[in-house]
Structures are given as structure tokens and as C-alpha cells.
Design a protein around this ligand. Structure first.
Ligand SMILES: CC(C)(COP(=O)(O)OP(=O)(O)OC[C@H]1O[C@@H](n2cnc3c(N)ncnc32)[C@H](O)[C@@H]1OP(=O)(O)O)[C@@H](O)C(=O)NCCC(=O)NCCS
Length: 217
């Protein structure tokens, strides 16, 4: 196997990162059935990082192939603002244009998100004061266990430290044992347990997300 190299994201990586985002979005597997409009889902998951914070996107490369990426930002409030006023309105317009409002899956996702919000699943405002940065990290299955995840996270933490950010968090589903083991090994600790409504196999299910935090500096 080629050596894994971690480097900053470049515009040429766009398609590879979008593909990897789709393939690994739900605990390392695709989020929804292939029949659903993947462009819309991938837009929600990547547009902030590619358009607003490309400087804090990192990729792991093996040979010429992008096999992992880390998307994050130093200030989650900036992420929330950009999502609310730029990404979500654009996604809604595209969804209407593409006829997604007629698909049952769209409404299930929508009501699951509303349910998550109503039961406090997005309530992290206080914790953001201590852990303002956030990150997501995904590695293609065949390349897991080769330290790509560790190197991506270490590089991102070094960048946050360099600009004086005091803390970082990552959200991990409670039933993602491997993701949890990874973050615990990387020195993160559980700071909150947040309810989550989720669509799985066409059904809305109740799950939990764990907010893992790490102090920096
Ligand atoms: C979680 C993930 C990013 C880890 O990346 P990785 O490249 O496989 O992990 P690494 O090889 O860098 O491992 C780093 C450390 O975590 C530990 N670790 C990684 N996966 C583990 C697992 N499944 N069980 C126990 N420990 C694990 C390793 O032992 C290693 O410890 P060490 O460096 O002190 O020896 C990767 O498995 C993945 O993409 N999973 C699917 C997506 C996901 O769940 N993302 C996280 C939630 S957002």
C-alpha cells in the first residue's frame, strides 16, 4: 500500500471529496438509498467547508487517490450562520426545482430534523464557548486503521492551536462504537449526550449523538 500523505484541500479534490462524503456519511456508509438525490445531501454536508472554509479542509491521499478527508472550522457559529442563510435556502430552492418535495423521504428527513430540534438535539450553545471549533473525519473503508484519521486530526488540531482556538468538538452517534473508540484514543471526552431523530431504512428512529470535546492550547 502507498504511504498516506495528509495535505490541505485543493479545488481539484472537489469531486473526490464529494464522492467520499456520500460514501461514508453515516458511520462510514452511505446515508440514504442510492436512489435519493445525492447532490443535495452532499451540498448540505460540504458546501460550507468548500466555499467558506476551504483552508480548514484537509485530505489524506494514497498514491493519487483521496482516501480520507477532514472538514472543520475554528468557529461553529460562523458555520451555523452560513448554513442558515446561504446553504439551506439554496438547497431548498434546488429541492423544489428538482421535485424532491414530492418524495416521501424528503419529508421524513425534514420531520426528523424538526423532531431533533424540538427535543433539544441541537442545544450546544453553552458548550460552544469552550469548544468553538468542530470537525468531521472520514476515511475510505479499505484505508482505515492506517493512521490516516489520526494524522488528519493531529494536523487540524495543530492548525487550531496555531491560531489560538481554545477547544474543538466532534459529534459521534452513540451507536458508532468505532468512531467513539477513535475519538477517545485521540484524547476527546464526552461533553454532552444529545437526542437525535434519524431516518434509517425508510423509518424514523430515535438515536443519540455524543458531543466529544477536547481543550487546546
Ligand atoms: C473513525 C475513523 C475516521 C478512524 O480513522 P482511521 O484512519 O481508521 O484511524 P487511525 O488508524 O488513525 O487510528 C487512530 C487511533 O484510533 C484507534 N482506533 C481507530 N479505529 C478504531 C476502532 N475501530 N476500534 C478501536 N480503536 C480504534 C486506533 O487504535 C489508533 O490508536 P493509536 O494511533 O493510538 O494506535 C475511520 O474509521 C472512519 O472513517 N470511520 C467511519 C466514519 C466515522 O465514524 N467517522 C467518525 C465520526 S464523525
Amino acid at each position: 500500500m502507498n504511504e498516506i500523505v495528509v495535505r490541505p484541500y485543493e479545488a481539484k479534490d472537489r469531486d473526490a471529496v464529494r464522492r467520499l462524503t456520500w460514501d461514508t456519511a453515516d458511520q462510514g456508509r452511505p446515508l440514504l438509498p442510492a436512489a435519493y438525490d445525492r447532490e443535495i445531501i452532499v451540498d448540505i454536508l460540504t458546501r460550507y467547508y468548500m466555499e467558506r472554509a476551504p483552508h480548514s479542509l484537509l485530505v489524506a491521499e494514497s498514491g493519487a487517490e483521496v482516501v480520507g478527508y477532514l472538514s472543520g472550522c475554528p468557529d461553529t457559529r460562523d458555520y451555523e450562520y452560513f448554513m442558515r442563510f446561504r446553504v439551506i435556502p439554496g438547497v431548498l430552492m434546488r429541492g423544489i426545482w428538482k421535485g424532491l418535495l414530492w418524495q416521501r423521504t424528503t419529508w421524513k428527513i425534514f420531520w426528523a430534523a424538526v423532531g431533533t430540534w424540538r427535543c433539544g438535539g441541537f442545544k450546544i450553545k453553552e458548550l460552544l464557548k469552550t469548544y468553538p471549533a468542530h470537525l468531521h473525519v472520514n476515511v475510505r473503508e479499505a484505508f482505515r486503521g492506517e493512521k490516516a484519521g489520526r494524522r488528519l486530526v493531529e494536523e487540524f488540531l495543530a492548525r487550531l492551536n496555531a491560531v489560538g482556538v481554545g477547544g474543538v468538538h466532534a459529534m459521534v452517534r452513540e451507536d458508532n462504537a468505532k468512531g467513539r473508540a477513535f475519538f477517545e484514543q485521540m484524547g476527546f471526552e464526552i461533553k454532552a449526550r444529545l437526542p437525535l431523530r434519524w431516518v434509517e431504512g425508510g423509518k424514523t428512529v430515535e438515536r443519540c449523538r455524543l458531543m466529544y470535546g477536547k481543550r487546546l492550547g
